[in-house]
Design a protein around this ligand. Structure first.
Ligand SMILES: *Cc1c(COP(=O)(O)O)cnc(C)c1O
Length: 215
């Protein structure tokens, strides 16, 4: 079933990269996807990512999604190929500090808050623009900002979801124009099981899909 779900989704999303969200799923379930060719997986908890990273094949590319506490940053450096949730300067500062100590450069997406919900994390668009004019993109020598990430409001109103993804794409364009190295700023991570078709129509280059793969 899982392998059929994967096939269906891959056909549907075309060139868009599939990030398989494997949080709470067993190693056996992940291996079904792995054996069907999937190599990019995402977790939202540091502890679970680290455990699976040890237990599962070494050629898996692990992404971290979801709010990251600063006291967990040290453990994730060098383990996650991409952190989707670069959602505040305090966190970026900590990533910079630990990446420099480890002598590594870390790939990070800037998470923006475009949803009409209090609970979603991320930079407010106006604050992000201010930070960018204050050199956010060059401030952290051990961070490579390669794109943007957002989550839409959890609602049946498709037009609202669409307008939030559109806002994300506009912010992406704005940041790219102001990026010191625009050719490395390429990723738009938006869209989950319930809204990835709309996200792709609005320019997503990566979709983060969990439940629809494992149902
Ligand atoms: C869980 C999660 C997803 C995947 O959600 P599904 O609805 O299961 O596809 C995507 N992004 C983030 C940040 C998540 O926490």
């Amino acid at each position: 079933m899982i392998q059929q779900n994967l096939k269906t989704i891959l056909e549907e999303i075309g060139e868009t990269q599939l990030v398989a969200v494997s949080k709470y799923r067993s190693n056996e379930e992940l291996m079904e996807l792995y054996n069907a060719g999937q190599r990019v997986f995402a977790e939202n908890r540091v502890q679970e990512l680290l455990r699976k990273e040890v237990e599962l094949p070494q050629d898996i590319e692990w992404h971290l999604i979801g709010h990251l506490q600063t006291n967990k940053v040290k453990q994730i450096i060098g383990k996650a190929a991409l952190i989707h949730s670069g959602d505040r300067t305090k966190l970026l500062k900590e990533i910079q500090k630990e990446a420099a100590k480890a002598g590594l450069t870390v790939n990070v997406l800037l998470q923006v808050h475009v949803a009409d919900e209090e609970s979603k994390y991320g930079f407010q668009p106006d604050n992000l623009k201010t930070e960018i004019s204050n050199e956010l993109l060059t401030r952290y020598s051990n961070i490579r900002f390669i794109g943007i990430m957002s989550m839409a409001t959890f609602t049946d109103d498709q037009e609202q979801v669409r307008s939030e993804f559109r806002k994300t794409k506009q912010l992406f364009d704005y940041i790219k124009e102001n990026h010191p190295n625009p050719s490395e700023f390429t990723a738009i991570s938006m869209g989950m099981s319930g809204d990835y078709q709309i996200a792709i129509e609005e320019g997503a280059t990566m979709v983060r899909i969990g439940s629809k793969l494992f149902e």
